[in-house]
Design a protein around this ligand. Structure first.
Ligand SMILES: [Zn+2]
Length: 134
C-alpha cells in the first residue's frame, strides 16, 4: 500500500513510501528515490526515525515494548541493541502456555522448569490443593 512519506525521509531524497505486511507478521516500509534507488526497513524503524528525525545506530533495532509486532504506535516503540532483542525473543519462546490441573486457568510456565515440575499449577494455592490429591 502506498502512503504519504515523512518529511524526514523526503529530506533524505526519497519520494515514495510503500508499506507491506510480511509473514511474521510485521510491517515493512520500502522507500524509493526518483532514480529508483530503494531502501527497505521495518515500518517500526521508519516511524521511529521519522518521528524523532534521527537515525539509529547500526545493529540497533526498534523493539515493540508490548511484544506485539503489529502495534506500531510511536509510544510502543523503543530502540534496543540487537543482542538484547534476540535474548528477549528467546526468553519468550521458552515459556509454555499450560493449563492448571486444579482450577483450569491458563498460565505461562518456563519450559526449563518442567524437568523438576512436570505437572505445574498456576499458583501456590492450587499447588497446595493438588498436593492433597490421590
Ligand atoms: Zn490453578
Amino acid at each position: 500500500m502506498k502512503q504519504e512519506i515523512s518529511e524526514y525521509y523526503k529530506k533524505k531524497g526519497y519520494d515514495k513510501l510503500y508499506v507491506a505486511v510480511n509473514k511474521e507478521p510485521r510491517r515493512v516500509a520500502t522507500l524509493r528515490k526518483p532514480n529508483k534507488e530503494m531502501a527497505s526497513m521495518s515500518y517500526a524503524k521508519y516511524l521511529y526515525t521519522s518521528h524523532y528525525e534521527c537515525d539509529i545506530a547500526d545493529g540497533d533495532q526498534i523493539d515493540h515494548i508490548n511484544g506485539d509486532r503489529m502495534d506500531d504506535r510511536i509510544e510502543n516503540l523503543q530502540v534496543i541493541s540487537k543482542h538484547y532483542n534476540i535474548k528477549k525473543d528467546k526468553v519468550k519462546k521458552e515459556m509454555l502456555l499450560m493449563k492448571c490441573p486444579v482450577c483450569g486457568e491458563k498460565f505461562l510456565f518456563p519450559k526449563r522448569n518442567l524437568s523438576t515440575h512436570p505437572n505445574p499449577c498456576c499458583s501456590r494455592r492450587c499447588g497446595g490443593i493438588k498436593s492433597h490429591w490421590k
